[in-house]
Write a protein that binds this ligand. Structure first.
Ligand code: ATP
Ligand code: MG
Length: 569
């Protein structure tokens, strides 16, 4: 390709709306343009990066036994009604009507339609396992589309669905996908971690997310730094070793203490001269099933996903001041479990084992001292409902946990029989008995992976594409376009590199060399071949973008020299 003819509209200024580096650089370097909030056009360079990522994904999916198909984007509402998701998916689902008034949606994911597809053709156990996948656009009317390609409303996803006879079969399919994902993100040149993830209130299911480590990530990975342990989980799922405070004491009689205007943990602990680990926070949540109280230690936070999973409620939201007053007869800041009348009281396992703790007294300006679970209040549920983050103790090995921000680029998920049950997908086993198919689903955000790669590979001058997914591996820059020797050698080098199978861009513009070098850095070609004064001797410069290492190479050895640099990633 010749840059003079190629659509690479680079920008001088960083668009104000672009908060994170990948969004800024992909706009500036001429990869993407916004069409609407969360909706982007991929320009030629981006299309090439996506093609590389897709090719890696396809190779690994095919190697794992996947078969590529293409499902429709427009899906009839009936299937979503059957699965029960039409009414629970909420405003994220793009809904539309056809000219006859029939309801459809734009697929945010494809479990319904693929389950229905397989149902039409599956008879016998002999046809299983079946691994079907596609790469195509997904539509989600995200509440906050942002960060460019990271959280779009239209985005590209690879989704594979596995169909197995039983749980053991699912285990095999899941493992295959887990391994394939590991290879995919390695081949894309990314630093990532597979982490245990929450699988929602369906229960019993297993899920992992693949997180690319980057400070701009919206997720948090909690991990154990111990090399032998390697525990890692999404913060929504992370568990830690419970620490029980005060258990060396005998329970004392409960007493009320006056705490005027002291509503926060800091105020109360400072006033009473105790650590936050002796205090219990009681938070009230409004749910469709009534008010739920959640109790955690003063120095912990409630993990709302764990809370939702143990209570099984469909939704929960922190109660407002009015509800708190109605339930506790007290203002915000003095809620406690003693005498509290709620639908469900969920007590964190650390709290359940505390002795002589401090809680709100459900009275303005008052707390209780020496509250003892079991004696002074009865939990309905005792469970792990706290946020486990950096500094807490690894449940497996006792080391101090660490955390890092991460971008979720993929998720693998054991679905079990959730969809085969609701959509009635069965097969006949060896005995002729009807069995439910056991399913899994496995997604990769292809467009998000492109953005995540930029988040991990850039410097002040621009993007530094990992060689495996670069739009072009090499840019050839003749320094002086008025010098015939240089321009002719540049043309030759360009043709030779293509002939050697190396995707190459020729910067044939009549710009000053400084402008071309700046653009080459911004776009992020892994290798720049500069054709300058040494052209007369048949020599060119090979520059590695990532390290700025430079070699002078005779043209005869160029392809080999370029390959060596590319092999470094
Ligand atoms: P998130 O928690 O980030 O909203 P999700 O859990 O809803 O993602 P999945 O349904 O698991 O996402 O989708 C599979 C993959 O698709 C994700 O791992 C992510 O890489 C990608 N993805 C999901 N939502 C978006 C989006 N709005 N824009 C770009 N990529 C997305
Ligand atoms: Mg997910």
């Amino acid at each position: 390709m010749r840059l003079s003819q190629y659509l690479v509209p680079t920008l001088r200024e960083v668009p104000a709306e672009a908060e994170i580096i990948s969004h800024q650089l992909l706009l500036r370097a001429g990869f993407i343009r916004k069409a609407a909030s969360g909706v982007y056009t991929y320009l030629p360079l981006a299309q090439r990066v996506l093609a590389r990522i897709k090719a890696i994904v396809q190779e690994e999916m095919d190697r794992a036994g996947g078969q590529e198909i293409l499902l429709p984007i427009i899906q009839p509402a009936e299937l979503w009604l059957e699965s029960g998701r039409w009414n629970v998916y909420g405003p994220e689902l793009f809904r539309l009507k056809d000219r006859h008034g029939r309801d459809f949606c734009l697929g945010p994911t494809h479990e319904e339609i693929i389950t229905d597809l397989v149902k039409g053709d599956l008879r016998s156990y002999k046809q299983l396992p079946l691994l079907l996948y596609q790469i195509q656009n997904k539509y989600r009317d995200e509440r906050r589309p942002r960060f460019g390609l990271m959280r779009g409303r239209e985005f590209i996803m690879k989704d594979l669905y596995s169909f197995d006879r039983d749980e053991a079969g699912l285990d095999v399919s899941y493992r295959k996908m887990y391994d394939a994902y590991t290879r995919i993100f390695e081949r894309c040149g990314l630093e990532f971690r597979p982490v245990e993830a929450d699988s929602g209130p369906i229960g019993g299911s297993v899920s992992h997310e693949f997180m690319v480590l980057a400070d701009s990530g919206e997720g948090t990975v909690v991990y154990c730094p111990d090399a032998g342990c390697r525990y890692a989980a999404n913060i929504e799922k992370a568990v830690g070793k419970p620490i029980f405070s005060g258990t060396d004491e005998e329970p004392s009689p409960r007493e009320e203490v006056i705490t005027p205007g002291m509503k926060t943990v800091e105020q109360v602990t400072a006033f009473l001269g105790v650590g936050a680990d002796r205090l219990v926070k009681t938070l009230l949540y409004e749910t469709p099933d009534g008010v739920v109280a959640a109790l955690v230690r003063g120095d912990r936070e409630v993990n709302e996903i764990k809370l939702q999973n143990v209570t099984g409620v469909e939704r929960l939201e922190l109660a407002d001041a009015e509800i708190i007053r109605r339930v506790t007869q007290a203002p915000v800041g003095f809620t406690g479990p003693v005498g509290l009348d709620v639908e469900t009281m969920v007590v964190d396992e650390e709290v359940a084992n505390m002795v002589n703790c401090i809680t709100g007294a459900n009275r303005a300006d008052a707390h209780y001292r020496n509250v003892n679970p079991g004696r002074d209040f009865r939990p309905d549920i005792v469970a792990d409902i706290r946020v486990v983050d950096e500094g807490q103790v690894c449940a497996r090995c006792g080391a101090s946990l660490k955390s890092r921000r991460g971008i979720e680029v993929g998720q693998v998920f054991k679905l079990g029989t959730k969809y085969s049950k609701s959509l009635n997908l069965t097969y006949l086993d060896e005995q002729g008995g009807e069995q439910l198919v056991v399913m899994g689903c496995y997604g990769i955000g292809v467009s998000r992976t492109m953005a995540a790669a930029v988040e991990q590979n850039y410097d002040t001058d621009g993007i530094i594409w990992p060689a495996s997914i670069a739009p072009f591996k090499v840019v050839v820059v003749p320094v002086n376009t008025k010098d015939q020797v240089q321009t002719e050698l540049a043309e030759k080098v360009y043709r030779d590199l293509w002939a050697a199978g190396i995707d190459t861009m020729l910067d044939d513009r009549t710009e000053r060399p400084g402008v071309k070098f700046k653009d080459a850095d911004l776009v992020g070609y892994p290798v720049r071949v500069t054709v300058g004064k040494k052209a007369a001797d048949g020599e060119v410069e090979v520059l590695r973008r990532r390290t700025r290492e430079m070699h002078v190479v005779p043209v005869a050895n160029l392809a080999e020299a370029v390959r060596e640099v590319l092999a470094e990633g």
